[in-house]
Design a binder for this molecule. Structure first.
Ligand SMILES: Nc1ncnc2c1ncn2[C@@H]1O[C@H](COP(=O)(O)OP(=O)(O)O)[C@@H](O)[C@H]1O
Ligand SMILES: Cc1ncc(C[n+]2csc(CCOP(=O)(O)OP(=O)(O)O)c2C)c(N)n1
Ligand SMILES: [Mg+2]
Length: 289
């Protein structure tokens, strides 16, 4: 089973509406007059971070990727719970954790600590409070909407290569992603759909188009902001950038800088198009476990 098959097999168990059919970045629960937004992401040594990487970076990224899912729902963080496997330089993990929690003013609420064999694995649950309801979903794109991204894609890939190669180039984008919390909150009232881009722009556009049903995402590659124009195809597939992907009606005055990369259409026989050519996940649109 791959990741998509396993999640599909879980769908029958996740009938509570809060699970959003396991088709969104986060669960959404009405609770005590508030709307809670809940998400969990795991990182594995050698899969999500380079073996031997500074644990301070690992702690930062672990929390940041979870906050990014809250950002995509326009939620403000209420706290995190962490799971940690003991190993080398655990004091550096604590240092990085303090840095990320202070930077985003997020309370550490609890977690769990274990020792085990095999590659190290870290987990984080982030809890947030919706700032706007209905909480934006992945599936709300409407025919005629414009498609936007924040920031630049491919910076994490370049940062990964810099870190792996040990060269002077800046690896910050890979080591210390910055969740777009402020942007997500400001955008939530204006978007028809929103998600964060963890697995690569093309794959996440595919998912957003499929979640909406009966729409297609038509993208123009030249309009997509990339960190290295000579490697555009890789920049829009590699992932790990944690920018926001969203749709909004044409003409809406956006409250934050973002780049229009395409249009939602009713083209009915393929959900994703790049420069007029239909694309499928078999062609390698992004990162899949
Ligand atoms: N092991 C699991 N148990 C329950 N739900 C899961 C599991 N793995 C993934 N999901 C759910 O599947 C959906 C897609 O997950 P994922 O692609 O990891 O989202 P994201 O990229 O936003 O982290 C989400 O609703 C997530 O909560
Ligand atoms: C050492 C290393 N190799 C490869 C990658 C590329 N990579 C691994 S996982 C991933 C996508 C994000 O991970 P996932 O577990 O799918 O997160 P989620 O979508 O659930 O937030 C990417 C781009 C990496 N980050 N680090
Ligand atoms: Mg996930």
């Amino acid at each position: 089973m791959n990741e998509a098959d396993f999640i599909a097999a879980l769908r029958g168990l996740a009938s509570n509406p809060g699970a959003r059919g396991l088709e969104d970045d986060a669960a959404v629960l009405e609770f005590g007059g508030e709307t809670l937004v809940l998400t969990h992401d795991t990182m594995v040594d050698g899969v999500h971070v380079l073996e031997g990487q500074d644990p301070a970076d690992i702690a930062w990224k672990l929390v940041a990727v979870n906050l990014s899912d809250l950002a995509a729902k326009g939620a403000e963080p209420a706290g995190v719970l962490l799971s940690h496997m003991l190993g080398a330089d655990d004091h550096r993990f604590v240092t990085g954790l303090r840095e990320v929690l202070d930077s985003y003013d997020v309370p550490l609420l609890g977690g769990d600590t274990v020792r085990g064999e095999g590659p190290r694995v870290w987990g984080c649950t982030a809890l947030g409070r919706a700032t706007h309801t209905p909480v934006p979903s992945r599936g709300g794109a409407k025919v005629g909407d414009a498609i936007y991204v924040t920031g630049t894609l491919g910076a994490a890939m370049l940062g990964f290569e810099a870190l792996r190669g040990g060269d002077e180039a800046d690896s910050t984008a890979y080591r210390r992603p910055r969740p777009r919390l402020e942007e997500g909150r400001l955008l939530a009232p204006h978007v028809t759909a929103m998600m964060d881009i963890s697995d690569g722009l093309l794959l996440d556009c595919w998912r957003m188009a499929c979640a909406a049903e009966f729409v297609a995402f038509e993208l123009e590659s030249d309009s997509i902001p990339v960190a290295d124009a000579s490697r555009r195809a890789e920049c829009i597939r590699w992932g790990d950038d944690y920018e926001l992907l969203f749709t909004a009606p044409v003409g809406v005055d956006l409250p934050v800088p973002a780049t229009r990369i395409g249009t939602v259409t009713d083209t009915d026989f393929a959900p994703l198009w790049l420069d007029g050519e239909a694309l499928t996940p078999e062609q390698g649109l992004g990162y899949q476990h």
